[in-house]
Write a protein that binds this ligand. Structure first.
Ligand SMILES: Cc1cc2nc3c(=O)[nH]c(=O)nc-3n(C[C@H](O)[C@H](O)[C@H](O)COP(=O)(O)O)c2cc1C
Length: 218
């Protein structure tokens, strides 16, 4: 039997059509939990993004989730020259795993990652908000480039492989450099595990007619 959908808290909602197919309504739609996890994050909202390399091997790394596009699509900033962006251009399906200690809750979102064009509205907005330290991460050589010993950072003399001129230029730039790209995950399957008590798990998946959801065994 259908019950009314609980309201999604502040922030953009999924289009009505996207939630209309939800089957089990004891839980709000997943954007509710995404937004709650975002609000509960202390400091940067961190997650682990898993992709597959060209040989099919898994690769996972920590990322900062910068926001939620349309309330339900997490997006992050990355370097267009990095392995993960190369991997996503070849094979765009990825999974983002978010752990909220405050909520004792894990959210796993699987779907296609859209690599936004450089210098789009979202990357400009992020660039304006970035600290000098974050901007500086885009001034160095491509991530993963081997550094000669004399250029490698040392604990007692931090240096990240970028020249002082490149650092100054990027720190003061009004527009984002072409190497900054926004990665936006379009979830097709969401899995929520709550440690509770009670321990519980819920899954949502996208079908042609819209989103459906159901509790599953933890
Ligand atoms: C706390 C933390 C936050 C990070 N945030 C990001 C991020 O938002 N975007 C990003 O591209 N890399 C981020 N990194 C670096 C990645 O984990 C990774 O080392 C780097 O992007 C290279 O990954 P790749 O070689 O798989 O492309 C972060 C690392 C840490 C430890």
């Amino acid at each position: 039997m259908r019950a009314a959908l609980p309201a999604v808290p502040s922030g953009p909602r999924l289009p009505a059509a996207a939630v209309a197919g939800t089957m089990v309504l004891v839980e709000p739609p997943f954007p509710h939990y995404l937004q709650a996890a975002r609000m509960a994050a202390e400091g940067p909202w961190l997650g682990q993004l898993a992709t597959t390399d060209p040989g099919g091997a898994p690769e996972v790394r920590t990322v900062v989730v910068r926001g939620l596009w349309s309330g339900a699509q997490p997006y992050l900033a990355s370097d267009a020259r990095s392995d993960k962006v190369r991997a996503l251009r070849a094979s765009p399906v990825a999974e983002l795993c978010l752990w909220s200690s405050a909520r004792q809750e894990q959210l796993r979102l699987r779907g296609r990652v859209v690599v936004h064009p450089a210098d789009d509205a979202l990357s400009r907005q992020l660039w304006r908000a970035f600290s000098a330290a974050t901007r500086a991460t885009f001034a160095g050589p491509p991530p993963g480039t081997p550094l000669h010993e004399d250029r490698a950072p040392r604990e007692d003399a931090p240096e990240d492989g970028a020249s002082a001129a490149a650092l100054a230029e990027v720190a003061g730039a009004a527009l984002p450099p072409p190497q900054l790209v926004v990665l936006r995950l379009e979830p097709a399957r969401v899995d929520r595990l709550v440690l509770g008590p009670p321990l519980r798990r819920h899954r949502w998946w996208r079908e042609a007619a819209g989103w459906r959801g159901a509790p599953v065994a933890p």
